[in-house]
Design a protein around this ligand. Structure first.
Ligand code: FES
Ligand code: FES
Length: 1086
């Protein structure tokens, strides 16, 4: 429970009516509350409680969750505790309410709450941005029920998103209370609800079919209520019928004609079902809407739901056993997880599964993100104005309405960039990309002005009040297919890789296949939006920016403003997620914020509005891929020809052309390759590196090729994979020798651990017995090359002579991946000291200049390598002194002795591995088996089980690495199953720019049974302290879920006699899945 403080009074506002409420037991009185002010804004801006986080402001993410206590209407002396999205709750609705925020639970001064400790114990946080929201959701549940059921715990997070963890550890944390740990909270509230009873002869059911398991608009909802008269156990006569639908069309709610048709009919007669479906077929007239699924899907889905309900009313004697699987929707069990790994206790804290250093502070909201820094008195707030259409010229901007707003300060445009500066946020050698559009609008969503005001709310209102006039409107080139047909390409670098003679080999091969695949985009969906705070000082601009690449920020700001690098100091303590989206793209926010601070000479902050962030900045590249492959009768590859059309959008600075060629082969050997990679130019925001850039899509492509070959040869894809997997000593198409290749070993182990052969047999049996539910299983191996050649970081370890404590500064950015914890573990291990005397400084360009971007999975290990070198250097200096002291000398005594001998107790190391070796330092290997169940009638799927075996070398911290594996995999699962991106074809505007249109996975989209194993006894001979990276490779096995869905669909298609290969593009959303099953109402029978 919250600590009870002596009530005090906080007042705000100066109007007539007042409201009175408490926050964490402190009374607040607000005079004349502004009806526009949300509880979230009040908490963060007025009350200064910034532990409650903000992302979407539309009720879609849950990171603003707080608890609200109010009297129970049934028992007013009792209080009800419920969770609320504080972004949606008007402040003026709070009179006589009691609010509890994360600060009210616990913290480092008053001690941490058991929920906070439990989250840390289960390693249930990475970047920590979502964590206070999850904890407050848990708190609200447990306040009403100290020991909820497992199912209640499983169902809890229907409104909370986490992009980092993959949810499994968060679910474990809340389930730990369901498993009988008493006394967590001491409030017991009984909630009752009355549901009207149906008459004995009535049946009713409702359906809601969504893109993901929770918290989504329905594709189609349906409700059916029938009164039936049953005669002698065989005939079932309809006496009254109500059929209602939503999501089909704005006109239709009741299917009156079908209702009328059913009256008096015997449901047991096939003619009744057929006739009702025929009526529905006419009545359902879905409308076209680019945001919604296709009319064809929504229509067949509505009919399929009717069919489900219909079969429920008919006796088993009438409905064949194969068809009965239509009656139910997918039943998801309570999920479970299993994680196994090796540790080496003699090396602790190295290899120890320790929680992250700042984990507890993240749970209490005390860990500061950039926008949590309290504003200074003169601080200004900024918001971007973005274009509502692309492919046009900017004619004029009318800023009068915006500037007339109380609190408005200034509107910056491209012409405000000072002499000597440059209108680009990408400094040379990158191609310029405008900070603020000067004339040609390249895409809808492009920033064109920057509004400054004395509050964030006013700045955002100003942005909405600026009228933009466009001229020379052109049709935007949005379709990738059309762009490829029109040869709209960027000049390509290194886009062609030839080994042997692929075309010749394919021509001579006994068998060949060819095909085409489309792969969509993916939003990074970092939960902390892009944010920067810039403070002008007497000698520089201090740029506090949530940025993965501080060197680029420094260079970019200096170039944009005509300054020198020394005039710009960049810093960040932590990022609320990034995933590649805060590398080059964070620079536009940094440069515009710095411009505003430079011009006004005042501190300026811009925390990007979520929808603006989605529209203005690009995503993972989308692809059109064409391939042709030759192979032997046994499946052995002979020649592979692949052309990747990779959509870079309106700029090509984040091109993936090189990565596509590096990862194209995945884990397979072939003598002849011809790989062509083309960067396509379209009128959408510049695509951006996103976790596993290039590798994630091209590994999917190679697995598609394996699937295609398998189908052509009527083999299991596992056989074709086995046939072609690399062996030790093989050479990849990029010329890299696989000296330590263990893929065949990992592959065999995983097949055995996951019992793949037996489960496949069970699936065959299940599918043969069920027409409308199908299961599928897929195995995906990976070889993932980790290249060090581009990574360079400066680290320093400083030992304080006064008390022996240590501060590490390094060049990486803590964005949830645990880099700070790993470097501290390395330091503690080498110096033989406890972790608690080590702290890690925020990263900045003073301590770690010239650092490479944090990304590519390598930043943790390279900074660990640098810290290892620093500590080795310190030991070299200190060991001679140690030898002169008694053997049981303490660390502090040693430090003081060294200091007295004038030994420099700060060591630094600049790590830049050999950049002439552009090949992988080593390869990571992994194999995943994924099983799904698909409801053929709706297209929904449940990922029933996933087994991952991943080679992480000798993990530096298995808790962190398991978290990386799970988080990466679930982010990939979203990419392949739910995260659909669409544009308006006329304006080019992003339609999926909100949390209600764009759907990353929720907690009930993860595998029901999720088993993650780090390969044991697998020290990496060429890694840092025998470890391997874990941030990106596991994501590339997530396409296994799409293939498992595809196999289930394949089984449904084979019911129709279709045996030919078909393509399942990503993402395989339910509409795509159902349509791939070739549903037709004529198949809806008994
Ligand atoms: S739900 Fe409130 S900020 Fe997202
Ligand atoms: S830990 Fe949940 S969003 Fe980062």
């Amino acid at each position: 429970m919250a600590t009870v403080a002596e009530p005090s009074v906080v007042s705000g506002g100066a109007h007539k009516a007042s409201i009175r409420f408490t926050v964490n037991n402190v009374e607040h009185v607000v005079e004349g509350p502004n009806p526009r002010t949300s509880l979230l804004d009040y908490l963060r801006e007025t009350a200064g409680l910034r532990g409650t986080k903000v992302m979407c402001r539309e009720g879609g993410c849950g990171c603003c969750t707080v608890a609200l206590m109010r009297p129970d209407p049934l028992q007013p002396q009792q209080m009800l505790t419920e969770s609320v999205n504080s972004c949606l709750l008007p402040l003026c609705s709070l009179d006589n309410r009691h609010v509890i925020t994360i600060e009210g639970l616990g913290g480092q001064r008053q001690g941490f709450h058991i929920l906070q400790k439990r989250m840390v114990h289960y390693n249930a946080l990475q970047c920590g941005y979502c964590t206070p929201g999850f904890i407050m959701q848990m708190y609200s549940l447990l306040a009403g029920k100290a020991s909820p059921s497992l199912q209640e715990a499983e169902d809890l997070f229907d409104g909370n998103l986490c992009r980092c963890t993959g949810y499994r550890p968060i679910l474990d944390a809340v389930k730990s209370f369901a498993e009988g740990q008493p006394g967590v909270v001491d409030i017991e509230v009984i909630v009752s609800m009355t549901i009207p009873k149906l008459d004995a002869d009535e049946s009713m059911n409702t359906y809601k079919i969504m893109m993901r398991a929770q918290n989504a608009h329905a594709y189609v909802s349906a409700g059916f209520r029938w009164r039936l008269c049953r005669h002698d156990g065989s005939s079932v006569i309809v006496q009254a019928a109500t059929l209602v639908f939503s999501g089909v069309s704005s006109k239709l709610v009741h299917a009156y004609k079908t209702e009328k048709f059913l009256i008096g009919k015997d449901l047991g007669l096939p003619t009744t079902l057929k006739g009702a479906l025929a009526e529905l077929m006419v009545e359902l007239e879905p409308e076209e809407d680019p945001v919604l699924a296709s009319p064809a899907y929504r229509k067949i889905l509505a009919m399929a739901l009717f069919y489900k309900f219909y079969l429920l009313q008919v006796d088993d004697g009438v409905v064949s056993s194969r068809v009965r699987s239509a009656r139910t929707i997918l039943q998801r069990q309570v999920s479970r997880g299993e994680q196994t790994y090796d540790t080496q206790p003699d090396l602790y804290p190295l290899t120890q599964p320790l929680p992250k250093l700042a984990a507890l502070l993240q749970t209490s909201g005390e860990a500061q993100f950039t926008d949590d820094v309290p504003p200074s008195r003169s601080e200004l707030f900024a918001a971007f104005v973005t274009s509502t259409r692309g492919s046009a010229n900017l004619a004029s901007l009318d800023v009068m309405r915006a500037l007339a707003m109380p609190g408005a300060v200034r509107v910056l445009q491209a012409s405000d960039i000072p002499p000597g500066g440059h209108n680009t946020f990408m400094p040379p050698p990158f191609a310029p990309e405008e900070m603020l559009c000067s004339q040609e609008v390249l895409y809808a969503g492009q920033p064109i002005a920057f509004c400054l005001a004395d509050s964030a709310d006013v700045a955002q209102s100003m942005a909405g009040a600026i009228d933009v006039i466009y001229s020379d409107l052109r049709k935007p080139l949005i379709s990738l297919d059309e762009a490829v047909a029109a040869s709209s390409f960027w000049p390509s670098l290194e886009g062609d890789l030839k080994v042997g003679d692929a075309e010749g080999a394919i021509a001579k091969a006994p068998r060949s296949v060819q095909g085409e695949i489309h792969i969509g985009e993916q939003a990074h969906f970092y939960m902390e939006t892009q944010v920067c705070r810039c403070v002008p000082t007497e000698d520089c601009l201090e740029v506090q920016t949530a940025h993965q690449w501080q060197d680029l920020a420094q260079d970019g700001v200096a170039y944009a403003l005509g300054l020198k690098a020394k005039d710009v100091v960049v810093s960040a303590r932590r990022l609320g997620g990034s995933f590649g989206g805060k590398a080059t793209r964070a620079n536009i926010v940094a440069c515009c914020t710095a411009l505003a601070a430079y011009l006004t000479r005042r501190p300026v902050r811009c925390a990007m509005n979520f929808n603006t962030n989605m529209e203005a900045l690009g995503r993972r590249h989308r692809y059109l891929v064409k391939y042709k492959v030759g192979f032997h009768e046994d499946g052995e590859l002979i020649g592979v020809l692949i052309t990747y059309y990779c959509d870079s959008g309106s700029a090509n600075n984040d091109s993936e052309v090189q990565e596509t060629l590096l990862f194209a082969d995945n884990a397979y050997k072939c003598a002849n390759w011809h790989l062509i990679s083309v960067a396509v130019k379209t009128d959408i925001p510049s695509a951006t590196w996103c976790r596993s850039p290039g590798s994630l899509p091209v590994i999917f492509v190679m697995e598609n090729i394996i699937e295609h070959i398998a189908r052509e040869l009527r083999k299991d894809p596992v056989e074709v994979q086995r046939q072609n997997l690399y062996r030790k000593g093989d050479i990849t198409p990029n010329g890299f020798h696989l000296d330590y290749c263990s893929i065949r070993d990992v592959y065999s182990k995983l097949l055995q651990m996951a019992d793949v052969t037996n489960r496949q047999a069970d699936i065959v049996h299940y599918n043969a017995s069920n027409r409308w539910k199908k299961r599928g299983l897929s195995v995906v191996p990976i070889k993932y090359g980790i290249s060090w050649s581009f990574g360079h970081f400066l680290c320093a370890v400083s030992v304080y002579a006064n008390d022996g404590t240590i501060t590490i500064s390094h060049g990486g950015i803590e964005c949830g991946q645990g880099i700070n914890t790993k470097v501290a573990q390395v330091c503690a291990h080498i110096l033989g000291i406890p972790m608690k005397i080590i702290s890690v400084a925020p990263t900045n360009t003073l301590l770690s200049p010239n650092a490479q971007a944090t990304g590519g999975s390598i930043s943790s290990e390279l900074n660990c390598l640098a810290v290892q070198n620093c500590c080795d250097e310190l030991r070299r200096r200190m060991d001679p002194v140690r030898e002169s002291l008694p053997p049981n000398v303490t660390w502090l005594e040693l430090v003081k002795a060294c200091f007295n001998k004038k030994i420099n107790l700060r060591a630094q190391h600049w790590v830049w591995p050999d950049d002439r070796n552009d090949g992988p330092q080593y390869n990571s290997y992994g194999v995943t088996a994924a099983e799904v169940e698909v409801d053929v009638l709706t297209g929904e799927s449940i990922t029933s089980r996933v087994d991952i075996l991943f080679d992480c070398g000798q993990s530096l911290n298995p808790a962190i690495d398991v978290g990386q594996v799970e988080g990466a995999f679930i982010m990939g699962l979203g990419y392949w199953l739910t995260e659909r991106v669409t544009y308006d074809p006329v304006s080019g505007r992003l339609l999926t720019r909100g949390t209600w249109e764009y759907k990353p996975p929720c907690s009930k989209d993860i595998p029901v049974d999720f088993r993650v194993h780090l390969l044991k006894d697998a020290p990496n001979p060429v890694g840092v302290l025998r470890s391997k990276a874990s941030g990106e490779p596991p994501q590339c096995m997530s396409c296994s879920v799409l293939f498992a869905v595809k196999h289930a669909v394949d089984s449904a298609r084979s019911e129709l006699g279709l045996k030919e290969y078909f393509v399942m593009d990503g993402p395989a959303t339910p509409d795509k899945v159902a349509l791939s099953c070739l549903l037709d109402p004529r198949q809806f029978t008994f």
